[in-house]
Design a protein around this ligand. Structure first.
Ligand code: 5CA
Length: 449
């Protein structure tokens, strides 16, 4: 992408309304634009990050055996009357009527709808286990939308729903999502710790929130320090096998959100020097809620004994539009964002130090072509502006590597590579630059394989 033809409305001033660093940086880097309270347009740079996050989530959900579909954003109130949640949900639910005065709502979540889809076609235990997911916009009329897309009213969520014959089988489905989540956040460069959590309006008695530690986080959390370096399951983990030992590596150490926190247990189970009492950002939550929806809504299957039983269900959410600011909270410095390669909007930015100079332009064009041919996702800063402004933009928008090309270096056959994260600079022969970048970038992609 040529920056001169891109749409990147960066801001020089720090927006006053933004209280936390990720919100300030997302506005300054031209990633989002507020359209109403708690509602944001995703501008091209932000949208590219969101799409990379979506891709990682899909790959890991599919690997774990979940199947993608797409349900509508608007739902009929009658569906929610069946589960009893239409009355219970309160003011967070955005309610409306269509032209026939039928009650509708903008979905805050999809347990009812997926249960209706399931019951309309699944009859036998032989079709289980089943896990269906989608990535769709949700609306919750939050009393205090804040921190940009961290707590917005409209937000993008991945929500998966599992169906099993028994609690025992449902816990296996829960474990599959648990393991998939560990891999998903790791691939995005995040350290997310699963913690025992309250179930709230979703219901049930088994739940974990996946928490990224950050001072600006909205939840108080307590955990064992060793969880910060517990091993992440590798890509070849067998989702058809027994995952309970992986899950217990994570759940046997103390970790709880403040609602579930037990000070006595924390004191007795965690040595003094291993206790973390901190704040965190909830980037996902998993629930097992048994037959809470299947019973009232009649989602039943015939078991091997010929008897009908209500299916045991779980649901599994990830907030995509919250993950973007969570990554920024975890990875930035005074100059701007520092993207991990796997979610960066571009992997490398080519900085032409003298746009308009025929020789310099020609060398940059050639490198830009080579970056593309090498399969690297490159942004080319070809604007006719000063070098200082180009460096500032590159640092602000957080591209992991900068390839800096100017007349003086070219005269000596050299260019410079700057590592955004460490500030380290390498001078390298112009012919070797692209191969060097490829070698730096490819291992950091944390690809599906
Ligand atoms: N049906 C279940 C799981 S699919 C559910 O709705 N779970 S949830 O309420 O925990 O939401 C899932 C995730 O969505 C949360 O972990 C959080 O990351 C994200 N999320 C929830 N509310 C918001 C919000 N107002 N703004 C941004 N992200 C949100």
């Amino acid at each position: 992408m040529r920056l001169s033809r891109y749409f990147l409305p960066v801001l020089k001033e720090t927006p006053k309304e933004a209280e936390i660093i990720s919100h300030r940086l997302m506005l300054r880097a031209g990633m989002i634009s507020q359209q109403a309270a708690g509602m944001y347009a995703w501008l091209p740079l932000g949208y590219k990050v969101l799409r990379k996050i979506q891709q990682i989530i899909e790959e890991e959900q599919n690997r774990a055996g979940a199947i993608e579909l797409l349900m509508p954003t608007l739902q009929s109130a009658d569906l929610w009357r069946e589960s009893g949640r239409y009355e219970d949900y309160g003011k967070e639910m955005l309610r409306m009527q269509d032209r026939h005065e039928r009650d509708m709502l903008y979905g805050p979540t999809n347990e009812e709808m997926i249960t209706a889809i399931f019951r309309s076609s699944v009859r036998s235990y032989k079709d289980l286990p089943l896990n269906l997911y989608h990535i769709q916009w949700k609306f919750r009329d939050e009393i205090r939308p804040r921190f940009g897309t961290m707590r917005s009213r409209e937000f993008l969520m991945k929500d998966a729903y599992s169906f099993d014959l028994s609690k025992e089988e449902a816990v296996k489905s829960y474990n599959r999502m648990f393991v998939a989540y560990l891999r998903t956040y790791w691939r995005m460069g995040l350290t997310a710790i699963p913690m025992r959590a309250e179930t709230g309006p979703i219901g049930g008695d088994l739940s974990h929130e996946f928490i990224v530690l950050a001072d600006t986080g909205e939840s108080g959390v307590f955990c064992h320090a060793d969880l910060l370096d517990t091993a992440i399951p590798s890509a070849d983990v067998d989702f058809d096998g027994d995952l309970s030992s992986i899950v217990s590596d994570w759940t046997s150490l103390y970790a709880a959100t403040e609602d579930m926190h037990d000070e006595t247990e924390f004191d007795s189970k965690v040595p003094q020097d291993k206790r973390i009492a901190a704040r965190g950002i909830e980037v996902g939550q998993v629930f097992y809620f048994g037959t809470k929806y299947s019973e009232p809504m009649g989602a039943r299957v015939t078991g091997p004994d010929g008897k009908d039983t209500a299916v045991h269900m779980g649901s599994y959410g990830i907030g995509l539009t919250r993950i973007v600011p969570a990554i920024i909270e975890a990875s930035h410095d005074d100059d701007g964002i520092v993207w991990p390669v796997s979610v960066a909007p571009f992997e490398v930015v080519l900085i032409n130090l003298k746009s308009g100079d025929a020789q310099c332009d020609a060398a940059n064009e050639k490198l830009y072509g080579q970056l593309h041919a090498a399969g690297l996702d490159a942004l080319y800063d070809d604007r006719e502006t000063g070098a200082g402004q180009k460096f500032a933009t590159a640092d602000l928008i957080g591209i992991p590597f900068q390839l800096i090309v100017g007349p003086r270096g070219l005269a000596a056959g050299e260019v410079e590579i700057k590592h955004r994260k460490t500030g380290e600079r390498e001078t390298i022969g112009v012919e070797d630059a692209v191969a060097r970048l490829k070698a730096l970038i490819e291992p950091e992609r944390r690809d599906a394989a």
